[in-house]
Design a binder for this molecule. Structure first.
Ligand code: NAD
Length: 460
């Protein structure tokens, strides 16, 4: 499906300047909060239909998350939007230097299917807080949620301020031809490359929230029961279809057997002996991803799980050992409920493995040993780090969330999200009362004197 959307109406509205008004921004954020009250049930039902997410799961990882982003933005908006005064060097005085946060303009937000509501509405909160107008293009792979978002947004906002345009890749490509002022993309690295290339045509800045193979590493001192609980929760939420899910786990060789036993017990405790009937366990988004994941089972030893049901697109929480080293399982992001557990004898093996691959979104370390934490953090680059837990690094609002290299560029959540959609405009205002002639050509100052006085003029 293409779109005949033209950005001109939105741009014309933005130019009128109402969006920059702080009261206007608050009103839009409150409107979104009220719309969530009304549409939450429909969104939860859509998330169930698309991914079999329970209402508890949907609230925890989608609608509740968006509500807390709105509350945080409303609480901090005054502080974030305040112009900031900075020092002016003596040589320019009398003068006044300020940084004025201004909305970037009209922005495009393209979302993926795994957290299909959160990953378009959370950037929308940041865009509205920053005073921008926005077009949202949700994923076509979660059609119920896309349609629920269409109803929520298009029945709430003036179409010149925010609107949802549904469709697939062709729709996204058509939207990318429009001269937006920022593009916020969440999805695969392959699509990220196309987005960046398209954005380059109009010199549009981009934020790319991508994925990667996020490793978890257990130290010899790790609390195995706690590590198992936190890894199982982070890995198998949304059936492993989470960008920051631990992709695989490194375990000291002598702890492999007891740790796998802990993982097996934890999976049974969390999802019962039959995860297919657990209300807390989801499904694979479509047949293509189901086939991709079941093909990844080939060649490894299944230590737990491995059951599939094609009709339901169900894959059990699965623990794998001895994966083929050159195979896709250990080369590409798994993005599903398969967890390879790998033994190590020496940290250098892990470091070598990670450094041969692009930087992932997250690095998970399970150890109390501060020097081991520091060593591994320094040796393994990643977007973020979480020590003795998984996924929780997304919760503190003060922590920017984003990737590095192939896992993305730019960041979101809280103030980082506000900054993404804000242009920080530098303004220097000088007085005309003094006008030192020595600063104009023909220059009367010698190079020696300029070198001596430069510090005074430049302030450092
Ligand atoms: P995807 O790249 O296939 O699709 C994402 C969106 O981009 C969809 O709306 C799709 O219609 C559109 N799209 C696809 N190809 C395009 C193209 N060539 N040009 C323009 N638009 C295009 O990604 P997906 O399968 O929906 O999501 C899975 C990926 O997203 C995983 O790699 C995962 O790690 C990553 N992800 C990252 C984050 C994060 O916050 N960093 C969050 C969730 C998912």
């Amino acid at each position: 499906m293409h779109t005949d959307f033209q950005i001109d109406g939105m741009k014309a509205f933005f130019v009128k300047g109402s969006c920059a008004n702080i009261a206007f921004r608050r009103e839009q954020l409150n409107k979104l909060a009220r719309a969530l009250d009304v549409h939450e049930h429909f969104l939860h039902q859509a998330l169930y239909d698309d991914l079999r997410k329970s209402p508890v799961d949907a609230y925890a990882s989608e609608t509740g998350f968006i509500r807390s982003e709105i509350r945080y933005a409303l609480k901090n908006l005054h502080r974030w939007t305040r112009p900031q005064r900075v020092a002016t060097p003596a040589g320019l005085q009398p003068a006044h230097s300020r940084i004025i946060p201004e909305p970037k303009g009209t922005v495009l937000i393209i979302g993926p299917w795994n957290y299909p509501a959160q990953l378009v509405l959370s950037p929308l909160v940041s865009a509205l807080a920053a005073g921008c107008c926005a077009v949202l293009k949700p994923s076509e792979l979660t059609p119920h949620t896309s349609s629920a978002l269409h109803n929520l947004i298009n029945n709430t906002f003036d179409p010149e301020i925010v609107r949802v345009i549904e469709g697939g890749r062709e729709t996204a490509e058509a939207l990318l031809e429009q001269p937006f002022d920022h593009i916020f993309f969440t999805g695969s690295a392959a699509a990220g490359r196309s987005i960046m290339a398209a954005a380059a045509q109009n010199l549009i800045p981009v934020t790319l929230e991508l994925g990667g193979k996020s490793p978890a590493v257990l130290g010899a001192d790790a609390n195995l029961a706690v590590a198992a609980r936190r890894i199982v929760r982070g890995k198998f939420m949304n059936a492993g279809q989470t960008c920051v899910a631990p992709d695989h786990v490194w375990v000291p060789r002598q702890l492999i057997t007891p740790f796998i036993k802990e993982l097996q017990q934890t999976i049974r405790q969390f999802y019962s002996g039959s995860p297919q009937h657990s209300p807390d366990y989801g499904r694979i988004v479509n047949r293509r991803h189901f086939d991709r994941l079941t093909a990844l089972l080939e060649g490894s030893h299944v230590a737990c799980g491995g059951q599939i049901d094609t009709k339901e697109l169900y894959i059990a929480p699965t623990i794998l050992t001895n994966p083929p080293s050159g195979g896709t399982l250990m080369q590409e992001e798994i993005f599903g409920p398969l967890l390879p557990v790998l033994p190590y004898d020496d940290e250098q093996e892990i470091i070598r493995f990670c450094r041969l691959r692009p930087a992932p979104l997250a690095l998970y370390l399970f150890t109390q040993n501060r020097s081991a934490q520091k060593r591994l953090m320094e040796a393994i680059p990643s977007g973020g780090v979480c020590i003795n837990d998984t996924v929780s690094q997304l919760i503190p609002k003060g922590l920017p969330f984003g990737g590095r290299g192939a896992s993305g560029m730019g960041s979101c959540h809280g103030k980082a999200g506000f900054d993404t959609f804000t242009h920080f405009r530098s303004v220097l205002r000088r007085s005309t009362r003094f006008d030192i002639q020595a600063f104009y050509p023909p220059m009367k100052v010698s190079l020696e004197n300029l070198k001596r006085g430069y510090r005074f003029f430049a302030g450092a």
